[in-house]
Design a protein. Structure first.
Lengths: 502, 321
C-alpha cells in the first residue's frame, strides 16, 4: 500500500510523484515504458513564464483570449502566476535553460504573441523529463516500469488503487493506494496525421470514465500546423517563433534564419528532419502538414487536480482543468503539465484517509483477470489493427479540424459499432509475456471509448469556438459559453452543459 | 516495396533462429514503423521496444542487417539488402525475449547510479556559456548505441559504459551542482571513467554526435584537476601514478627505480619489497646503482607539464572553494 500512486511517467506524472514524495507521502510511479521514454521527451515547445508582473498579466490575457471564454479563470491565474517560480525551480533542479548572459532567456513561440517562452534549445521536453526523473530516482519513489494500468479500484465511491498488467510477465496486480494520480497523457493514436507516440492511447481518461468520473471539454482537439509530412515529428513552435516561415505546406529556414543560429539552437530538429525525410533544412524547405497534437479536455478536475471521484486526481494532458479553454497557446502545454502535476501530487499527498487494507483491489483484479483471459482466447491482430487505423482516419476526417453534424453523428454511430466489433476481438495469442497483441487490443478499447466522447461532445456543441470548428455553425454562439461534461451511460457517452465550474 | 523481415526469435547468439515476416511498405517508411506494422497485423507476440517514433525516446535500438541503429531514424529502403532486413538484438545486451533487451541490466541500473539530481550549491548565477556542456550531454536519448559499440563492455558487462558516464559528465560539468568532487570520486571507482580504453568507438557510434568518448576524457581531466587519479581508492596505484608523473616531469624520462620504490611505499617499505627484484635486475645488468643523468629534453617536458597545470588552475581553485 502506498499513500500515492501515480500512473504515467511523463512530465506531469514525474512532477506529481516528486511533489507527493516531497510532502512526505510514500509514492509509487507506474509507467508503461521507462519514464525517459515517454511522449514528453519529444516535446520541443518552450514553457511560457514571463519574469515580470506586467508580463504575467499579458500571459493571462493572451491565454484567456485564446481560450475564447471557456477557460476557468482561476486556474489560468494561479498557473500563470506560479510559472516563473516553476521555471526557476526546474532550473535549480538541473534543467539547463538557455540564458542571455546569466538571465534565463524568453523567446517567442509561434501564435503566442510576446517573447515569454523559456526553453532548452530544441530539447525542452527531454531536459525537463530527465531532470524530473533524476529527482524521482534521488528521492526514492518506487518506480514500476512497463506496467499498463487497466482499471481503477473504486470502493464505496472512493478510488483506492489501480489494477495493472506487467508487460514482461503478464502478471496482474492490484496496487492499493490512498490516492491515485492519473497522468497518462493524450490519445494521439486516435488521429492520423498526428504527433503521436505509440503509447498515446488515452488510457487514463478511459479508466476514469469507465469508473464513473466525469470528463470535460472533450470536443477541443488541437492541431499543430507544422508536423513533418509522413512522420509524427512536430517542428518546434520556437523554430517558427524564431523566424522560420510556414507557407504552402512547408517550413523554410533559408533566407530567413541564420544557419549558425539554427545549428546552435535546433541541432536535434535538423538531425531528425534529415533522418526522417532526407531534407537538409539549412538549404531546403521541409514538407509539413497539419496534425493532431493536443487534447484540451480530459478528466474533469479542479485546480488541485481533484476529479469527481474522491481519491482520484488527474494531471497533464489527460486532465481537463480548464486552463486552455477552447484553444491552447504554444508554450502553455509543458507549463500546464508541470504545474498541474505539482498541484495534483500535493493534493493527493494531503488526501489523508485511513484506507483499510480492503479486498476491493483483489476483487477488481480477479474481475480484470477473467476479462483478460477471455480476451487472450479471442482472435486479434490484423482486425484490431484495422479498427485502430480506421478510427484514426475517421476521427481526422469527421472529428478533426473541421466538423459538421452529419459527419459527427456518423462518427458517433460508427465508433459505437466499432466498439461492438472490438468486443468480439482479442489478443490473438495466449502468450503471457510481452503480449503486444493484448496491449494493442486493450489500447484500441481505450481509444474507442475516448474517441466516442470527443465526437459526442463535438456534436453537441453547435457553434464554432476556439479549435472546435463547425462548418454548419461557423459562428460563436454566446449562449453556449459553458463547458460540457461527458459521463458514461448505458447507451454511450452522455454530454451535458455545465452549470457551475468545479 | 516487398520486404522480408528475418526476425531473430530464440536460439542463441551463436546460433540464432529466425522467423520470416513479409510486408509491403513504402521504401521511405522507417524500419521501426514497418516493424510495428508487422507486429500489429501479423504477430502480436513479436517482442521489441519503441514508443515515440521520432528519435527522441531512444527505445527502439536494434541491430538491422548487421548495423546497430535507432530504428525509427532509418528507412526501410536504405536498410534493406535484396529485399531482406535481418533483425537482431544489439551485441552485449542480455536479452529478455526475441530482440527485447534487458535494459535494466544493460543500461538503466548504470545510468541511475549517476542520476542523482543536482544538489544546488547556492552559488553564483551561471552563464549560458557555462551550461553548454550540460545541454549537450542532455541531448542523450539513452539509446545505448555507444555502449553497444564499447570495446570494454564487450569483455566486461560491469563497466559503466559511455551512456552512464555521459550522465556523470552532465553533473560533473554543471556549475550549479555542489557535490562535484563526490561525483567524480564515484565515477572513479572500479568500472568507471578510468576503465575506458579510449578506443573512440562510442564517439563513432553515437547517432546524435554527442561524442561520448570525448565526454569521458573531459571527465577524467576534471577528476585529475580535483586531485582524483586513475586507480582512485587503491593507494598503491595512486602512488604509482604520482611517481610516474614526478619522474617524467622532473627527469624527462621514466626512472623505473624511483617509480618502483615510491609505488611500493617509499625508500624503506618499497626498498624491502622491491629488493629481490632489484638484486636480480642488478645481477642481469638491467639496472645500475649509478645515478640517472638528466635527459637533454627534460626542461621542455617540464614546460609541457607546467602549461597543463596552468590551464587547469581555474579548476583547482574551484575545487578549493
Ligand atoms: S551518448 Fe549517444 S549513443 Fe550513447 S546513449 Fe546517449 S544518445 Fe545514445
Amino acid at each position: 500500500m502506498h499513500d500515492v500512486l501515480v500512473v504515467g511517467g511523463g512530465i506531469a506524472g514525474l512532477r506529481a510523484a516528486v511533489a507527493a514524495k516531497g510532502a512526505g507521502a510514500s509514492v509509487a510511479l507506474l509507467t508503461q515504458s521507462h519514464p525517459t521514454r515517454s511522449y514528453s521527451v519529444t516535446v520541443q515547445d518552450g514553457i511560457n513564464a514571463p519574469d515580470s508582473a506586467e508580463g504575467c498579466d499579458g500571459h493571462i490575457n493572451d491565454t484567456l483570449a485564446a481560450g475564447a471564454g471557456l477557460n476557468v479563470a482561476s486556474v489560468v491565474t494561479s498557473i500563470c502566476r506560479e510559472a516563473a517560480a516553476l521555471v526557476e525551480e526546474l532550473d535549480r533542479l538541473g534543467v539547463p535553460f538557455n540564458r542571455v548572459g546569466s538571465v534565463i532567456d524568453r523567446a517567442p513561440v509561434s501564435g503566442a504573441g510576446e517573447s515569454r517562452a523559456t526553453y532548452v534549445n530544441d530539447i525542452t521536453g527531454l531536459a525537463v523529463t530527465q531532470t524530473l526523473y533524476e529527482q524521482v530516482i534521488g528521492t526514492g519513489v518506487d518506480v514500476y516500469e512497463e506496467w499498463l494500468a487497466l482499471s481503477l479500484v473504486v470502493d464505496g465511491g472512493e478510488c483506492v488503487g489501480v489494477v495493472a498488467l506487467q508487460l514482461a510477465t503478464g502478471a496482474l496486480e492490484a496496487f492499493d493506494a490512498k490516492a491515485v494520480v492519473l497522468a497518462t497523457g493524450g490519445l494521439r493514436r486516435a488521429f492520423e496525421p498526428s504527433t503521436s507516440s505509440l503509447h498515446c492511447s488515452g488510457s487514463g481518461i478511459a479508466l476514469a470514465y469507465r469508473a464513473g468520473a466525469s470528463l470535460v471539454d472533450m470536443e477541443f482537439v488541437q492541431y499543430y500546423p507544422a508536423v513533418l509530412s509522413g512522420s509524427h515529428l512536430a517542428l518546434s513552435p520556437l523554430l517558427l517563433g524564431a523566424g522560420a516561415v510556414l507557407e504552402d505546406g512547408s517550413v523554410r529556414l533559408n533566407g530567413t534564419l541564420d544557419s549558425a543560429l539554427v545549428e546552435a539552437r535546433f541541432p536535434d530538429t535538423l538531425h531528425r528532419v534529415e533522418a526522417l525525410s532526407g531534407v537538409n533544412m539549412l538549404t531546403e524547405p521541409a514538407p509539413v502538414q497539419s496534425g493532431m497534437s493536443r487534447l484540451l479536455g480530459g478528466v474533469d478536475v479542479n485546480v488541485h487536480g481533484e476529479s469527481s471521484i474522491p481519491g482520484l486526481f488527474a494531471a497533464g494532458e489527460c486532465a481537463g482543468n480548464g486552463f486552455h479553454g477552447a484553444q491552447g497557446l504554444n508554450g502553455n502545454f509543458l507549463l500546464v503539465s508541470a504545474a498541474s502535476g505539482r498541484s495534483a501530487g500535493l493534493a493527493a499527498a494531503a488526501h489523508m484517509r485511513s484506507v483499510a487494507e480492503g479486498t476491493a483491489g483483489a476483487q477488481a483484479a480477479s474481475g480484470v483477470r477473467a476479462e483478460l483471459d477471455a480476451a487472450l482466447a479471442r482472435p486479434g491482430g490484423a482486425p484490431v489493427s484495422a479498427l485502430r487505423t480506421e478510427l484514426a482516419s475517421l476521427m481526422h476526417q469527421k472529428a478533426g479540424e473541421s466538423r459538421d453534424a452529419e459527419g459527427l453523428s456518423e462518427a458517433v454511430q460508427r465508433i459505437r459499432a466499432m466498439r461492438e466489433e472490438h468486443a468480439q476481438l482479442g489478443a490473438g495469442s495466449t502468450a503471457r509475456d510481452f503480449n503486444f497483441g493484448l496491449v494493442q487490443y486493450l489500447e484500441a478499447g481505450t481509444l474507442l471509448d475516448v474517441a466516442e466522447t470527443i465526437a459526442a461532445s463535438a456534436l453537441e456543441r453547435t457553434e464554432s469556438r476556439g479549435v472546435h470548428r463547425r462548418t454548419d455553425h461557423p459562428e460563436v454562439d454566446a449562449s453556449q459559453g459553458a463547458r460540457q461534461q461527458v459521463t458514461r451511460s448505458e447507451d454511450g457517452a452522455r454530454v451535458s452543459r455545465e452549470t457551475g465550474a468545479a | 516495396m516487398e520486404i522480408t523481415f528475418k526476425f531473430q526469435r530464440g536460439g542463441t547468439r551463436a546460433q540464432p533462429e529466425y522467423v520470416d515476416y513479409q510486408i509491403d511498405v513504402p521504401p521511405e517508411m522507417t524500419v521501426f514503423d514497418a516493424l510495428v506494422a508487422v507486429r500489429e497485423t501479423q504477430d502480436g507476440t513479436l517482442a521489441f521496444r519503441g514508443n515515440c517514433s521520432v528519435g527522441f525516446c531512444g527505445d527502439c535500438t536494434l541491430s538491422v542487417n548487421g548495423a546497430q541503429k535507432v530504428t525509427c531514424l532509418v528507412t526501410v529502403g536504405k536498410t534493406q539488402k535484396d529485399g531482406v532486413i535481418t533483425v537482431q538484438p544489439i551485441r552485449y545486451a542480455p536479452v529478455e525475449k526475441d530482440v527485447m533487451h534487458d535494459m535494466r541490466k544493460f543500461l538503466w541500473d548504470k545510468v541511475d547510479t549517476f542520476a542523482r539530481g543536482v544538489v544546488p550549491n547556492g552559488g553564483h548565477p551561471v552563464t549560458d556559456e557555462e551550461l553548454r556542456p550540460v545541454r549537450k550531454a542532455m541531448r542523450c536519448t539513452t539509446c545505448g548505441l555507444c555502449d553497444e559499440g564499447c570495446t570494454v563492455i564487450d569483455v566486461n558487462l560491469d563497466f559503466y559504459g559511455p551512456a552512464a558516464l555521459t550522465k556523470l559528465y552532465r553533473f560533473a560539468f554543471d556549475p550549479r551542482d555542489g557535490i562535484t568532487a563526490e561525483r567524480l570520486r564515484e565515477g572513479s571507482e572500479l568500472h568507471g571513467i578510468w576503465d575506458c580504453v579510449h578506443c573512440w568507438e562510442a564517439t563513432e557510434h553515437c547517432p546524435f554526435g554527442l561524442e561520448p568518448t570525448h565526454l569521458i576524457m573531459d571527465t577524467r581531466d576534471r577528476a585529475i584537476a580535483y586531485g582524483i587519479k586513475s586507480g582512485y581508492g587503491n593507494k598503491m596505484l595512486e602512488r604509482h601514478y604520482d611517481a610516474f608523473e614526478e619522474s617524467i616531469s622532473g627527469k624527462g624520462w621514466l626512472d623505473e627505480r624511483s617509480v618502483a620504490l615510491q609505488t611500493y611505499g617509499g625508500l624503506i617499505k618499497g626498498g624491502i619489497k622491491t629488493l629481490p627484484l632489484g638484486l636480480r635486475a642488478l645481477r642481469k645488468g638491467k639496472a645500475t646503482l649509478k645515478p640517472h643523468y638528466k635527459r637533454p629534453g627534460a626542461d621542455h617536458i617540464r614546460k609541457i607539464f607546467d602549461r597543463y597545470n596552468r590551464s587547469n588552475a581555474g579548476l583547482r581553485k574551484e575545487k578549493q572553494r
